[in-house]
Ligand binder design. Structure first.
Ligand SMILES: Nc1nc2c(c(=O)[nH]1)N[C@H]1C(S)=C(S)[C@@H](COP(=O)(O)OP(=O)(O)OC[C@H]3O[C@@H](n4cnc5c(=O)[nH]c(N)nc54)[C@H](O)[C@@H]3O)O[C@H]1N2
Ligand SMILES: Nc1nc2c(c(=O)[nH]1)N[C@H]1C(S)=C(S)[C@@H](COP(=O)(O)OP(=O)(O)OC[C@H]3O[C@@H](n4cnc5c(=O)[nH]c(N)nc54)[C@H](O)[C@@H]3O)O[C@H]1N2
Ligand code: SF4
Ligand SMILES: [Mo]
Length: 739
């Protein structure tokens, strides 16, 4: 039988249909290893993707049989080998460790680090366990490295998180302003929809702001190849021109916004000549961008990591929102500030309270009423939820360094690859008293640092909910059995909760039960989903929130937020922000003369736990390459010849080695390295060997998009590679039991 579900890769959230391996009259469908596997095609009825899929979605089932973790594994010390244990023993051990750490370290010693790849039910159950039952807000997710600047920007400017736009806006806009997003490679189906509209309608403009000439930039009418970290200069420079041309919507600003005067004071300091020089673009380019904004009835901006992963990420997001407020480009079709979510359920995570400073239903840890509502809903005593935000992702690493963290529980993320300053991260992981690692695949780099490894059922093996970038909620049903003894993440959390005595709190018998309890906590909130249930989503297909249960609800349903131009702030007005540009946390200098930026390739997904096993994809991207401009290459003596060139990139924290790709697609002075190759996939080619953890003071999101490096050509790469000591991790992985 055909099953409808959602692609579990990116935040576009394409609808998929999966079909069993054996179809009447047809040969059995198999993966590249010959295992029978489910077939995938786009779901034409899904409102977000209308039948489209990219290579990742189309090949997802190629990865579901291989390298799966099947049984719990335990060891007392990281130098021991793992032994297979029963779930009973594994879960008892976690409960014992939690009790011990509460005594020795207090609740602050317990941390969970989750992921936008968990389903909403997983997220919600984890919040109840940590923030409710255990009284620690130390739950953070990889969304801290991904969306937290967007979350903070929306909250501060509009009074609440929540992307206000929808994908139909892609086909209704007059001008798409894409900043810090390589949409063509990273959100391909959003890009397809926009590109078609752009091609069909000559008046529609597309502006791309990115230091690299990506596939996205190639499609633009105007590509602004700004120097990394100069987004605020550019945005303030556009605001300067809009002001001087009197192209601002003063009535909207008077009636619906506040604090413009502070911003006006900032804008004065960004005249075109100065901005063009700082950004490394021409005055003409800057004016063209401002003219597109000024002359378009409806401007839609799209952004992702080039904005968020910055030491001034929140300021960047708020400054972009300022432009929307100045030009009244919000709350109407084809317009608005639209953050493209990275992971398939990072949105659901935000709804369920899955960061260290928030609670379910778009609530804040710091708000006493919010805490009281959640405590009551969870049948826990008043005051149980800690009034202070918990540790963010990097503070967890710091807590491992100092020994303040006694139990580190990681689920659905691979921090031994994806965290900044990876050598420091790995050293901290080696010091951990007890690390639990819950993943679908094995081995992964992080497994080498775990004491207890738990097999997780993944997409297609458990039933749960995911919300995509445009607030569309899709049910992802189980259609195959999990391998071995793998269990759904929410079940693992609930079983530990029950072992700690919270039997009433974790009496759920299905993920549908969990979801029902969660949606109740969204009642009358901006993200009201009380009208949703597994059953309804199963029957009707994907549905967008807000979706209140009754017509008398205080939140109206609709495709877009803020169509009444009232915002969820105290006085209903959206707020201008007044930020000057600070630039990069670690700018280039004489010793480290290049700015390194890191990011993604079209075919691979993050740390390759899935895509690394799919031949079609590994053929597309066989190895990591460092992209460098021909002029810089020449200065380093790397002339363009057929011969393969190698360099060692060094930052203040570490080094890595790469084949060189000489290309004009990158601006001189900047280099690019993909993030996908951890220690299991290449020797010494980790992007995060070089990056630093300096982060935005508001969102705490690290600046993974820029650090200063030097480049040293390697004359004999092969010999040099053999000389290099194998990373410690490889040693450690050898000790893992074959399973
Ligand atoms: N193929 C693929 N798609 C994915 C993913 C994947 O792993 N593979 N991951 C998903 C996830 S979780 C995420 S978060 C998204 C990320 O999606 P994107 O943010 O689109 O991807 P990145 O490659 O990380 O970075 C985007 C661009 O930011 C640019 N940039 C760097 N510094 C600056 C700057 O200072 N200013 C500006 N304006 N731009 C800058 C880079 O050159 C890069 O092209 O992709 C999602 N989709
Ligand atoms: N240098 C640099 N570093 C970066 C970035 C960058 O741009 N540059 N981007 C950052 C961003 S935006 C992100 S989102 C992160 C991503 O970084 P990670 O989260 O570390 O990357 P993934 O490889 O997606 O790891 C997800 C893990 O979850 C497992 N998994 C999948 N489904 C399930 C499930 O249902 N349950 C469980 N328990 N496990 C499951 C997968 O097997 C995989 O091991 O990287 C960040 N790091
Ligand atoms: S665009 Fe994203 S959600 Fe859609 S098929 Fe590709 S990876 Fe999956
Ligand atoms: Mo992300």
């Amino acid at each position: 039988m055909t099953q409808k579900t959602l692609c579990p890769y990116c935040g576009v959230g394409c609808g998929l249909e999966v079909l069993p391996p054996a179809q009447p009259g047809k040969a059995v469908h198999r993966d590249s290893d010959g295992n029978p596997t489910w077939q995938v095609r786009g779901d034409r009825a899904h409102r977000s993707s209308k039948g489209m899929v990219c290579v990742k979605g189309a090949t997802i089932t190629e990865s579901t049989e291989k390298n799966r973790l099947q049984y719990p594994l335990l060891r007392d010390s990281l130098s021991d080998s793992f032994r297979r244990v029963s779930w009973e023993e594994a879960l008892d051990r976690i409960a014992t460790e939690i009790k011990t750490v509460r005594l020795t370290h207090g609740s602050d010693g317990i941390c969970m680090y989750g992921s936008g790849q968990l389903q909403t039910e997983d997220y919600y159950t984890a919040q109840k366990l940590l923030k409710g039952c255990l009284g620690t807000n130390n739950f953070d997710a990889n969304s801290r490295l991904c969306m937290s600047s967007a979350v903070a920007g929306y909250m501060q400017s509009f009074g609440s998180d929540g992307p206000p736009c929808c994908y139909d806006d892609l086909e209704q806009t007059d001008c798409a302003f894409l900043i810090g997003t390589n949409t063509a490679d990273c959100h391909p189906i959003v890009f397809n929809r926009l590109r078609k509209h752009h091609k069909r309608n000559r008046h529609v403009k597309m502006i791309v702001v990115d230091p690299r000439k990506t596939k996205t930039a190639e499609a633009a009418d105007l590509h602004l190849a700004i120097k990394p970290g100069t987004d605020i200069d550019l945005l303030n420079g556009i605001a300067y021109l809009l002001m001087s041309w009197e192209k601002i919507e003063t009535i909207f600003m008077d009636e619906c916004t506040k604090d413009f005067s502070h911003y006006a004071e900032v804008i004065r300091h960004y005249p075109p000549a100065l901005v063009a020089r700082k950004c490394g673009i021409t005055i003409d380019q800057l004016e063209t961008a401002a003219r597109y904004w000024a002359n378009s009835e409806r401007v839609l901006s799209l952004w992702s990591m080039g904005m968020n992963q910055s030491s001034e990420g929140t300021a960047k997001v708020r400054t972009l929102i300022n432009l929307h407020l100045m030009t009244a480009n919000i709350g109407k079709p084809g317009a608005g500030p639209f953050s493209l979510t990275g992971q398939p359920n990072a949105m659901g995570g935000r709804e369920a309270g899955g960061l260290a400073h928030i609670l379910p239903g778009y609530r804040m840890v710091k708000n006493p009423q919010h805490r009281a509502t959640v405590e009551q809903a969870w049948h826990l005593p008043e005051g149980r939820i800690n009034p202070n935000p918990g540790r963010d992702a990097w503070e967890m690493i710091r807590g491992l360094e100092t020994g303040e963290v006694g139990l580190f529980w990681v689920a659905a993320t691979n921090p031994a690859v994806s965290m900044p300053d990876i050598e420091r991260t790995k050293k901290a992981l080696l010091k951990s008293r007890f690390t639990v690692y819950q993943d679908a695949y094995y081995p992964t780099e992080t497994a080498a640092y775990a004491h207890l490894v738990l097999p997780a059922a993944q997409w297609g093996e458990k039933t749960g909910i995911m919300t995509n970038s445009e607030r569309v909620v899709t049910l992802c049903p189980a259609f195959r059995n999990p391998p071995g003894q793998a269990k759904a993440d929410w079940e693992i959390f609930a079983e530990v909760g029950r072992r700690l005595g919270f039997t009433e709190q974790f009496s759920f018998t299905s993920s549908a039960d969990v979801y029902q309890e969660f949606v109740e906590l969204t009642r009358n909130r901006l993200c009201d989903m009380t009208g949703l249930s597994h059953e309804r989503l199963q029957q009707e297909g994907a549905i967008q929130w807000p979706c209140p249960e009754s017509e008398t609800a205080t939140v109206a349903s609709g495709k877009r937020l803020y169509t009444d131009l009232r915002f969820p702030t105290n006085d209903g007005r959206a707020k201008f922000a007044a930020f000057h540009s600070n630039g990069l946390a670690e700018p280039e200098d004489e010793n480290y003369p290049f700015v390194l930026t890191t990011g993604r390739l079209y075919g691979h997904w993050h740390t390759q736990t899935r895509t690394g096993h799919i031949p079609k994809i590994t053929k597309m991207h066989p190895y990591p390459e460092l992209e460098i401009h021909p002029r810089d290459a020449k200065n380093l003596g790397l002339e363009e010849t057929k011969e393969e060139k190698w360099v060692e990139a060094r930052s203040r924290r570490g080094k890595a080695r790469f084949r060189v790709k000489i290309t004009k697609a990158i601006a001189p002075g900047t280099i690019f390295i993909p993030m996908h190759w951890g220690a299991l996939w290449a020797d010494n080619a980790e992007a995060n060997a070089l990056t630093h953890p300096e982060s935005c003071p508001i969102s705490k999101q690290p600046e993974l998009k820029a650090c200063a490096v030097q480049l040293i050509p390697i004359s004999d790469p092969i010999e040099k590679m053999e000389e290099t000591e194998q990373p410690k991790l490889q040693e450690s992985l050898k000790k893992l039991l074959p399973i």
